[in-house]
Design a protein around this ligand. Structure first.
Ligand code: F3S
Length: 388
């Protein structure tokens, strides 16, 4: 693998141990990926912020690393486990908050934007189409490749952090044209109507290929639909990109997604009667302004019959507030949580044993992280059931 003289010197520690360690991570990754060299990236998005994903050891490493490591390129970070300003109101224990805020402080010290979002493309202006970036958070990486025309592999928190510190990534995988065409087609015979439908399609497809997947029969995607498709695709498998195809491609295997596959995927993830749910959770991935607006329209002059948590980026929350979208939801009893992940946080586990949610990713992780029984239901049906 080729390294420039400057990269070699950095690898040998000429500019300090933090930069050397970041280069070691990238060089080791590049060898695994058979990359020929490193290339510059315009932006990094780092996961591994919530204490529930990194643990005490991860928090310790970040605090130590942040003593000397500094990001070189615009860098956003994933949600953490708490609302950084309102954690006490949500009943988070002070010890837990203190440990989580150490991680928050470590990223701030390194120079990352205090974004705490898994929809960095919605909260901040993304780089231009064609830009090479290094994005962890599978839903964001897939959305970036497939909808925004960015080029990124599905990075881990550590490799994205190494990219943030060096400004580089291995030239391999989805940075190259060869990996960006579909190696499997999914023929969509049951037309998706809601974001949940797109999620079920994505979850199904993600189980069938680790390479780029082409969807036949999807004309275009709105932001919420694209987000739902990308998130679910990234949850059930290792695929990093999808394309929308007009025609089958000769020689490429095609699988069908019919009413039967849709139903089977729903049964796999979270069947159940929404009326039996103890609480309702929206925002995995975190909510877009348009999604908050749709909820606000529906809840006017109504009350939630049980707890309803809505997870979003603080930037998105501020935009929604300026647009007057928060009052009707707050008046109905909905509770917004900024900065936090809907699943890797202590909040959802306390709501009850059966939680209704409208996304496949939330249903997948609620079961695995909190041993909750999820009830997967379309947004409008959830609201219809939860509003008195
Ligand atoms: Fe975002 Fe957490 Fe879901 S990072 S995509 S809310 S699992």
């Amino acid at each position: 693998m080729y390294l420039t003289k400057a990269e070699e010197r950095a690898l040998e520690g000429e500019h300090g141990e933090a930069l050397a360690l970041a280069y070691r991570i990238l060089v080791a990754t590049a060898k695994v990926l058979a990359a020929d060299r490193l290339i510059p990236v315009a932006h990094a998005h780092v996961s591994g912020v919530s204490l529930l994903t990194i643990g005490e050891a991860g928090a310790e490493f970040l605090a130590e690393f942040a003593q000397t490591a500094r990001v070189r390129i615009p860098t956003t970070v994933n949600p953490c486990g708490i609302d950084t300003t309102n954690w006490a109101r949500h009943g988070v224990q002070p010890d837990y908050a203190r440990n989580q805020l150490r991680v928050v402080e470590a990223y701030r010290r390194m120079g990352a934007t205090k974004s705490f979002t898994c929809v960095p493309y919605a909260a901040f202006r993304p780089p231009a189409r064609g830009a090479h970036v290094s994005w962890a958070e599978s839903s964001a990486a897939i959305y970036g490749n497939s909808v925004l025309g960015l080029r990124t592999n599905r990075e881990s928190g550590l490799t994205a952090l190494a990219s943030a510190i060096t400004g580089k990534t291995p030239r391999a995988g989805l940075h190259l044209n060869a990996a960006r065409g579909p190696s499997l087609m999914v023929k969509v015979s049951v037309k998706p109507r809601t974001p949940l439908d797109y999620g079920l399609l994505g979850y199904f497809a993600g189980q069938h290929s680790e390479q780029t997947i082409g969807f036949l029969g999807l004309a275009s995607l709105g932001p919420a639909e694209g987000k739902a498709l990308a998130a679910a695709l990234g949850t059930s498998g290792a695929c990093g990109m999808f394309t929308l195809e007009k025609n089958p491609r000769p020689g490429i295997e095609t699988v069908d997604f019919t009413r039967r596959e849709r139903q089977a995927t729903l049964e796999q993830l979270g069947p159940g009667e929404v009326e039996e749910a103890d609480a309702l959770v929206f925002g995995c991935p975190q909510l877009l302004v348009g999604e908050i607006a749709a909820i606000a329209r529906r809840v006017r002059h109504r009350r939630f019959r049980a707890p309803c948590l809505l997870f979003c980026a603080r930037k998105v929350y501020d935009r929604a507030r300026r647009a007057g979208l928060l009052e009707p939801i707050a008046a109905a009893g909905g509770q917004f949580v900024c900065d936090a992940c809907a699943d890797f946080s202590p909040l959802v586990g306390r709501l009850g044993r059966r939680i209704a949610t409208d996304t496949c990713k939330a249903a997948h992780y609620m079961t695995r992280v909190h041993h909750i029984t999820p009830i997967l239901v379309d947004t409008q049906a959830a609201l219809a059931s939860f509003l008195d």
